[in-house]
Design a protein around this ligand. Structure first.
Ligand SMILES: [Zn+2]
Length: 476
């Protein structure tokens, strides 16, 4: 039997607000346990929540970036359940009237793009965090996270493979980071992804029974968990069994999903309107103001980079991976570097240095204007590309300008013909064997002789001129 997978994703992102959703406590991540707390986010009886306007703005911005309709009128609801990290015994969330609904996102899949529907994006609060000691005999609850605003983004069941799920998460994260509503840092838990996975005989009209896969710590983990789950369900159906609707946790160490609990239905939560908060009204003016504040989104920028700078789809993809990277590239070009060499230097040597030091491009000491100055010095023959690698390294370490370094270290390229003729003549005289080999047709000997000239000039000889002069000298 041939099957097809039907996958929907649920993603929770912590919004980048300075304070929590319903109180003034800080959302800072690295604070000592239970220091960013107050009676409201500790869930004391009788306290009153107040809506954080910025959280609503960020949610609307995300909704617009995901092509959603923004509700003119929505409300908060109580989702009732008991858990140690939820002191109120209910979570303030949204049920039947989400703030954003019926949107879509374009996702690059195999050299084309696929449109994935966004069912809804709603605002809610994060829970506290249960912390278990390594020894295993103590557990505590850290309420710093309690009340941090979350946006839950739910897709239509439009995803058909683990690859597409991965591409979706990558595209979604990129959009949310571009519009700066969340840092989407998975290690700090500010982006959490769950997948609803089912399979059905290829072409069948009805959905199969789905399982919800949770506790996945990385995008590659999501990919593995979905592949595992598809294979597991196929095995069950092939053996004539039935898939149980349930929540399954991903065990990354063993590479398997494990049954956690049977899936509850919405009515189990006894949702009802939150009586302590007024309804949310987002009028057209407010929506338009937020829409105007949105930057160019990643997919549009990716297309523009190919068009405007004649970059390959791959180069444009790498350079638009983050807004900071794309800004840096454009600033370098605006400062006078040609686009292709600018792309090559940023994606090559500069990226290697960033990766090695673990620094983000935002804190890079090489100013974009200085990188452009360095590239122009290669273009006009002042320095060779080889020397430029050393210059860039020093720029990266010291933050000094390209010209300053080149002048201070005497790295200006030797382009004086008479000087180079002399050096070449000396190298040919010192290496009669290789010179003879070249004359006898061994092309490889040329490379050796060029290398000797470079060695004699400490890499400063203009390579194009060395080749010309050397050829002339050898063919005499
Ligand atoms: Zn608080």
């Amino acid at each position: 039997m041939e099957y097809e997978a039907v996958i929907g994703m649920e993603v929770h992102v912590e919004l980048n607000t300075a304070s929590k959703a319903f109180c003034g406590c800080s959302t800072q991540f690295h604070a000592p346990p239970n220091t960013n707390v107050c009676p409201i986010c500790l869930g004391m009886p009788g306290v009153l929540p107040v809506m954080n306007k910025k959280a609503v703005e960020f949610s609307v911005a995300a909704g617009l970036a995901l092509n959603c309709t923004i509700s003119r009128w929505s409300k908060m609801d109580r989702k009732n359940y008991f858990y140690p990290d939820l002191a109120k015994n209910y979570q303030i969330s949204q049920y039947d009237l989400p703030l954003c609904h019926d949107g879509w996102i374009e996702v690059p899949v195999n050299d084309t793009t696929k449109r994935i529907g966004i069912t809804r994006a709603h605002l809610e609060e994060d829970t506290a965090r249960n912390v278990h000691t390594l020894a295993g005999n103590d557990s505590g609850v850290d309420f710093n996270r309690s009340g941090v605003p979350l946006l839950e983004i739910v897709t239509e069941p439009d995803i058909t493979s683990a690859d597409e799920a991965f591409a979706y998460l990558t595209a979604l994260k990129r959009v949310l980071q571009y519009i700066e509503v969340s840092d989407c840092n998975m290690e700090e838990g500010s982006l959490r992804a769950e997948a609803n996975v089912s399979i059905r005989p290829k072409g069948a009209p009805d959905f199969g029974v789905k399982t919800e896969v949770k506790n996945v710590a990385s995008f590659s983990g999501v990919h593995k968990a979905i592949e595992y789950e598809i294979a597991r369900q196929r095995r069950i159906l092939d053996e004539g069994g039935t898939v149980t609707q349930e929540t399954r946790g991903w065990d990354a160490d063993r590479g398997v999903t494990v049954s956690q609990r049977s899936k509850e239905s919405a009515h189990d939560y006894r949702y009802f309107p939150e009586p302590d908060l007024v309804p949310l009204a987002v009028d057209e003016d407010w929506e338009n103001t937020i829409r105007k504040s949105l930057p160019e989104l990643p997919l549009a920028r990716w297309a523009r980079f190919q068009e405007q700078y004649a970059l390959s789809p791959y180069d444009a993809e790498v350079l638009t991976a983050s807004r900071a990277m794309a800004d840096y590239f454009e600033a370098t070009v605006q400062a006078g570097a040609k686009p292709k060499p600018a792309a090559n230097w940023i994606m090559g040597d500069l990226q290697a240095l960033l990766t090695k030091t673990g620094l983000p491009i935002e804190t890079c000491k090489v100013a974009s204007a200085e990188l452009a100055a360095m590239i122009r010095m290669i273009d006009d023959g002042t320095i060779s590309g080889k020397i430029a690698k050393d210059v860039l390294l020093e720029m990266f370490d010291s933050g000094q300008g390209a010209k300053t370094i080149v002048e201070a270290r005497g790295l200006v390229q030797i382009s004086d013909e008479s000087e180079l003729v002399e050096i070449v003549a000396a190298v040919v005289a010192d290496n009669p064997g290789p010179a003879e080999d070249f004359r006898n047709g061994k092309q490889k000997a040329m490379g050796f002789l060029v290398g000797q000239v470079m060695k004699a000039t400490k890499g400063k000889a203009n390579p194009k001129m060395v080749n010309e002069i050397l050829l002339k000298a050898l063919n005499k």
